[in-house]
Ligand binder design. Sequence first.
Ligand SMILES: Cc1cc2nc3c(=O)[nH]c(=O)nc-3n(C[C@H](O)[C@H](O)[C@H](O)COP(=O)(O)OP(=O)(O)OC[C@H]3O[C@@H](n4cnc5c(N)ncnc54)[C@H](O)[C@@H]3O)c2cc1C
Length: 325
Amino acid sequence: MPNILVVAEHFNGQLRKASRSALGAAGALAARTGGQVSGLVVGYRVGGVAEDLAAHGIPVAVVDLPALTHYLSESYAPVVAAAARAAGATWVVGAATAQGKDLLPCVAALMGGVCATDAIAFTGEGQEVLVRRPMWAGNVLADVELRGEIKVVSIRATEFAAAEKAGLPGSVKALPVAVDESAIRTRFIAFAGSGGDRPDLTEARVVISGGRGTNGDFSEIEALADLLNAAIGSSRAAVDAGWAAGDLQVGQTGKVVAPEVYIAAGISGAQQHLAGMKGAKVIIAINTDPEAPIFQVADYGVVGDLFEVLPALRSLVAASQKQGT
Ligand SMILES: Cc1cc2nc3c(=O)[nH]c(=O)nc-3n(C[C@H](O)[C@H](O)[C@H](O)COP(=O)(O)OP(=O)(O)OC[C@H]3O[C@@H](n4cnc5c(N)ncnc54)[C@H](O)[C@@H]3O)c2cc1C
């Protein structure tokens, strides 16, 4: 029977939302392969994260060592590979976050396995399960057959529903895996978070993105984001112009987001941008050009100048917040 190991990610002592989606993906995979799902938490003082993961009704192995305080692929990948071997895992699943994109291919290489990144669905049954992944900015979907005993998959968290907690929690067991610190040639120095007090771009409920149409002035976007506790994103044009930081870029070569509401202000809606946000539940586009392609994917569109529309929207939001609606 296939064993599916979910590698959980955590930040500030909390299980990441994307890992709950990875667990949801593992559940979908288990339904197709008839496999069993278990979880893995790697880090230091991560007992709470392991308990949280186990609350989804799966057995969880935890490797808790001071040497794993900060994520480094050099220290984490051998630990995950050892834990996957100990679990007899044939599938290793994690979220395609910045960390997952770094870690999972290393795990596949260490285990002599095969790897598919950015999975958005599984198809087929039993031994014939295929991994569906986007190519060419989502213009092509490939169903990939993973020929290998160990299959490592990173999943796009926006495409899988987060797993729900179960009535009965699973077990949590410490796994005795050592870290060979002498073999680690990279060193964690500092973590520089971006976005200040704003929510993480990939986890925020509301994202407001600005493009070339902002002409470099994000002040109206920031003001509305403050009001809605939203994350700020941008198109690549705004990043290339130096108006927004690179880690705010949404799209094929930026971040993939699926918030409840995505507001695109002064963004034309190029395919490469859509690749990063078309999974949003509600898309609102503000653009002066009625022919802008963004309107084809928008649920609500306003043809107008963002410097007039955003302040008007802010007044409406402020008024409704005042009324408590
Ligand atoms: C390999 C590759 C990867 C790429 N990856 C990405 C990616 O990850 N993310 C990404 O975003 N792009 C990416 N791009 C670039 C992409 O093709 C577009 O060039 C880019 O998305 C355009 O950004 P934009 O919509 O801000 O600018 P534009 O296409 O110039 O659109 C600006 C829009 O603003 C509107 N506008 C102007 N003034 C106002 C105003 N005052 N109020 C309201 N609307 C106004 C205009 O009508 C226009 O529609 C990639 C390209 C390539 C080749």
